[in-house]
Write a protein that binds this ligand. Structure first.
Ligand code: HEM
Ligand SMILES: *[C@@H]1O[C@H](CO)[C@@H](O)[C@H](O)[C@H]1NC(C)=O
Ligand SMILES: *[C@@H]1O[C@H](CO)[C@@H](O)[C@H](O)[C@H]1NC(C)=O
Ligand SMILES: *[C@@H]1O[C@H](CO)[C@@H](O)[C@H](O)[C@H]1NC(C)=O
Length: 261
């Protein structure tokens, strides 16, 4: 390559290094095509994938240990996700990406398949097959104080907690009952219906968050308008980065933006 000036040479070097650091590995286009075919709407798989983001990251770091350390098959809190853990573990192997990335990618695709906001996806998480300590995920019987303490300990404030719980707007319990009347839509119906007691399947933990002094005003603020969707996207993005250095990851968000077009 010939350079007409020193500055052209430097510009080329800078461009080459920034492309090397920043361009999204093309494999993610292939993964997107595969997951789009898999998530034909807000399916059981799509909803399980959303939940897997929480269950991989929150007990420690987003490191694939949900699948790689057998947490998924060994712990009762993960029963609902066993099939999707197996599916996404296989996909990580066949596409040669980290299991940790595959989980967060599928979660972002799941949010979109369930009519939620477009969230970022950064690639480059490193896997671990070391299991996290047990009992990190709160129980559906826990009260607001216990849940808030658990989230505060992991760096999430009350607003982020309540926003994240909005994922239950696309959720079924183990008996297949929906946690709101619009289970295929990530929307604010869940907040209204949990607070007004009209859903038999509502989790006790969600009812506590709706009616306890620490969280009830935040809950109410999320019942209408754009407050919830504006808070949910950033909270999911923060969850997806737990234990990872954002600067070491590569931005692949455009793939989520373009998905399900
Ligand atoms: C206090 C915290 C939380 C508790 C106690 C809790 C508990 C539960 C329970 C009991 C279920 C029903 C299925 C089962 O019994 O295993 C469920 C489903 C679900 N949870 Fe949570 N959850 C919490 C936080 C979150 C967060 C932060 C997310 C965000 C990603 C999330 C996403 C989901 C989703 C998407 C489902 C539905 C899965 C499906 O329908 O297949 N949950 N959760
Ligand atoms: C899988 O990816 C790693 C880098 O992440 C690379 O070192 C390895 O050669 C790849 N394996 C195959 C079979 O392509
Ligand atoms: C919440 O639950 C914890 C643990 O079970 C208990 O110690 C605490 O008293 C409860 N708080 C309220 C306000 O009920
Ligand atoms: C709040 O919700 C919990 C869980 O359903 C219930 O036990 C409690 O009685 C409720 N408290 C009030 C003040 O309504």
């Amino acid at each position: 390559m010939q350079f007409t000036s020193t500055s052209a040479f430097i510009a080329t070097l800078l461009a080459a290094s920034s492309v090397a650091a920043q361009s999204c590995p093309t494999v993610w286009n292939d993964v997107a095509t595969d997951i789009e075919a898999d998530f034909d709407g807000c399916t059981d798989s799509a909803r399980a994938a959303i939940r897997m983001s929480f269950h991989d990251c929150f007990p420690g770091t987003c490191d694939g240990s949900l699948i790689l350390a057998g947490e998924c098959t060994d712990r009762g809190e993960n029963t609902q996700m066993i099939d999707e853990c197996s599916t996404l573990g296989d996909k990580a192997t066949s596409f040669n990406v980290s299991t940790a990335d595959m989980i967060q990618f599928a979660a972002a695709m799941g949010v979109k398949a369930c009519a939620g906001p477009t969230i970022s996806f950064l690639a480059g998480r490193v896997d671990s097959s070391t299991a996290n300590a047990e009992n990190q995920i709160p129980s559906p019987a826990d009260n607001a104080t216990t849940i808030l303490d658990a989230f505060t300990a992991k760096g999430f404030d009350a607003t982020e907690l309540v926003a994240l719980i909005g994922a239950h707007s696309a959720a079924k319990d183990l008996n297949g009952n929906s946690l709101d009347s619009t289970v295929t839509d990530m929307d604010t119906t869940f907040f209204t219906e949990t607070a007004d007691g009209s859903i038999d399947a509502s989790l006790t933990s969600d009812k506590f968050l709706a009616n306890s002094t620490e969280t009830s005003e935040i809950w109410e603020s999320m019942e209408s308008g754009s407050t919830w969707v504006d808070a949910f996207g950033p909270a999911m993005e923060k969850l997806a980065l737990m234990g990872n250095d954002e600067a070491s990851l590569t931005d692949c968000s455009s793939i989520i933006t373009d998905a399900f077009a």
